[in-house]
Design a protein around this ligand. Sequence first.
Ligand SMILES: Nc1ncnc2c1ncn2[C@@H]1O[C@H](COP(=O)(O)OP(=O)(O)O)[C@@H](O)[C@H]1O
Ligand SMILES: [Mg+2]
Length: 291
Amino acid sequence: MRIGLLTRNRNAWCSQQLIKSFKNRGANIACFSFGDIVARVGLKPIASVGNIDLLTELDAILVRPIGRGSLEEIIFRLNLLQKLARSGLTVINSPSSIEKAADKYNTLAILSEHDINVPRTVVTENVARAMDAFKEFGEDVVVKPIFGSRGIGAARVSNYDVAERVFRTLRFQRQILYIQEYIWHGTSDIRAFVVGDNVAGAMRRVADSWKTNISKGAKALPISLSQDLEKLAVKAAKAIGCEIAGVDLIDEGGKPAVLEINSQPGWRGLQTVTDKSISDTIADYVISRAS
Ligand SMILES: Nc1ncnc2c1ncn2[C@@H]1O[C@H](COP(=O)(O)OP(=O)(O)O)[C@@H](O)[C@H]1O
Ligand SMILES: [Mg+2]
């Protein structure tokens, strides 16, 4: 069994954990980044890394953070993964689920089609309509990059003039205005880590400010999820098509809302409050899907 680990950084903690878990299970690992892949059309192999033919010599590819890139890099990378998947290679997560999860608007739209509670959100390219949304949400909103992660660039805006200035500036840079009602969550929320049909681990993230990303310094606390929350997290991941997912759950006045789905989640913070090895769970899952 040979598994491709598609990662920017093979020395990253999560990559190292995965490499160990796969090796312990007797699987060979080929670690590479998008920059190492050569795709060929009308020629064989259709995709290779050095002398490895990805289609015939790998049993699965596990996609770790794709990272930021230009529009053409991102589209090419996803299309390359789509091609491999169409040709029969197991790609986890599936390229189409990665694409859905990357766009926070698309994610919430799909979740809401599945009757999953999500924050009220307005997305527009129009500054005047964005100001309407700002007023509709009681002049207290979160403005986020539509393709973003780790809390970077998300801003809480509760001043009319600042809102208008922010929206105009974002539009000047041709960014989409993604505006969400501010949810009072008491500076904590929940991250559930879904693998297949189960939650492999969960934590409460407690922060000093309203952003509860671990990468922004939030603390991880152990939590045991209710069955309802576990079901909700798995249902949300499945709605997007992610077999492995970090599901962010926020408490909205006693009712859980799904904030976003991360299709390439890390688990370093989570592992500090979880006994069972997350990388072992992932490795077992990927191997079961590969065979
Ligand atoms: N609408 C909101 N109301 C209150 N807090 C929010 C809201 N949206 C996001 N947050 C906080 O900001 C964090 C980051 O937002 P999230 O949507 O998960 O984007 P990212 O991809 O940057 O993690 C969340 O974990 C949560 O703590
Ligand atoms: Mg998040």
